[in-house]
Design a protein around this ligand. Structure first.
Ligand SMILES: *Cc1c(COP(=O)(O)O)cnc(C)c1O
Length: 364
């Protein structure tokens, strides 16, 4: 080591906005009832598992994947009813697509705008790529504050707007008419993030052709493929062709491509699971609302946000009783005393409710 140079420590080299970040925290969940990450709780029927086993056994994992993923894209276009003329870009989860979009537009001073509280990766990825992040607060009831959002768009001229539809972690869907006004007012791209489409009542995919600045992003993570890591962006080729240049050529591996295409051939099975989760969601909402001191928000997604006094203690009490949910208390001022539970199987939901009642009783 030369004596003339400074000691190389991360703080001297890493960008300030990265030093200031907290890493995305994923708590250990072994042996817990895992209701923290919006996963589909069901496993697949044995015939489909056998089909997957055969596919994996025969897969050419010594070869690089099909960089264009043509077969998988065709399956996605089919199950999505992709409008004619629209194209698909695949990501290693939709998180990667958020990053691609941000990288593509991150000119000096460019703004990424979203609403708050919403999906935390929008803000984190803005920091990764050096964009300015603007978060417009939702109204008290978690609906869009359209006036404030339109004012912020006028003032900040964002290159990129993200709207989660339904929103995470609040679970509600904003009014489609309000989203349309935002798309019309925005000087840049508006990405409608439909991570929870399988549990929702509406989609912007049919509107893609009406707006030249609209893209729709989806993931299969919440529909039973979280472990595969697969998301996609749908929109006009003019946009996706540019974004393709930034996509690392083999971002979706051989096995995810094969297995996802197989699962999409059984899309009806996954949608039936989603339907069951929606029914369990109604029951879970009713059970939560029946607990004294709990206020649960209606949801169009596969999770429910609820408010309870001493939320962090309640979260810890649940953890001690073997149930892992998400503690949002302290994450954002609007989420004071808020917890988020993923809809699990009927049995998991019952155990969660029992553990919650027991915890709250213990705190009185
Ligand atoms: C879960 C989630 C994603 C990311 O999902 P991936 O697993 O990265 O595909 C994106 N947006 C929202 C709103 C989410 O809740």
């Amino acid at each position: 080591m030369s004596s003339s140079r400074y000691v190389v420590v991360p703080e001297r080299l890493i960008r300030q906005e990265i030093l200031a970040l907290n890493a995305y925290h994923v708590p250990p969940a072994s042996d817990m009832i895992k209701l923290d990450a919006m996963e589909n709780p069901y496993s697949l029927p044995q015939e489909i598992r056998d089909e997957i086993a055969q596919l994996v056994a025969d897969a050419a994992i010594n070869r690089y994947p099909d960089a264009g993923a043509s077969q998988l894209k065709a399956s996605i276009a089919k199950v999505t009813n992709l409008p004619p003329g629209m194209d698909i870009l695949l990501g290693n989860g939709s998180d990667e697509i958020i990053q691609l979009l941000a990288l593509a537009v991150a000119k000096p001073g460019a703004v990424l705008l979203s609403i708050e509280p919403s999906f935390v990766m929008y803000k984190m990825i803005a920091a990764f790529v050096g964009m300015k992040y603007v978060g417009v607060p939702l109204a008290q009831d978690f609906s869009l504050d359209l006036t404030a959002t339109l004012e912020a768009i006028e003032r900040e001229q964002p290159a990129l707007v993200f709207l989660a539809y339904p929103n995470n972690p609040t679970g509600n869907s904003f009014y489609a008419a309000a989203i349309k006004q935002i798309i019309e007012a925005a000087p840049g791209l508006v990405v409608v993030d439909e991570a929870y489409y399988a549990f929702a009542r509406d989609s912007f995919i049919p509107h893609l052709a009406h707006y030249d600045n609209l893209l729709v992003m989806r993931t299969f993570s919440k529909l039973g493929m979280a472990g595969l890591r697969l998301g996609f962006l749908a929109g006009a080729t003019a946009w996706l062709g540019q974004l393709e240049k930034l996509r690392l050529p083999y971002n979706v591996g051989v096995l995810p491509q094969l297995v996802a295409a197989k699962l999409l051939a059984h899309h009806d099975v996954l949608l039936a699971q989603a339907e069951s989760i929606k029914q369990l969601r109604s029951k879970l909402l009713a059970a939560l609302s029946a607990i004294n001191g709990v206020y649960a928000y209606p949801s169009d997604a596969n999770f429910i946000l609820f408010r309870v006094a001493h939320a962090t203690q309640v979260f810890e009490g649940l953890q001690q009783r073997g149930v892992l949910i998400k503690n949002l208390n302290g994450g954002h001022p609007a989420l004071l005393d808020c917890l988020r539970v993923t809809v699990g199987t009927a049995d998991e939901n019952q155990k969660f409710i029992a553990a919650l009642q027991d915890t709250i009783r213990g705190l009185l």
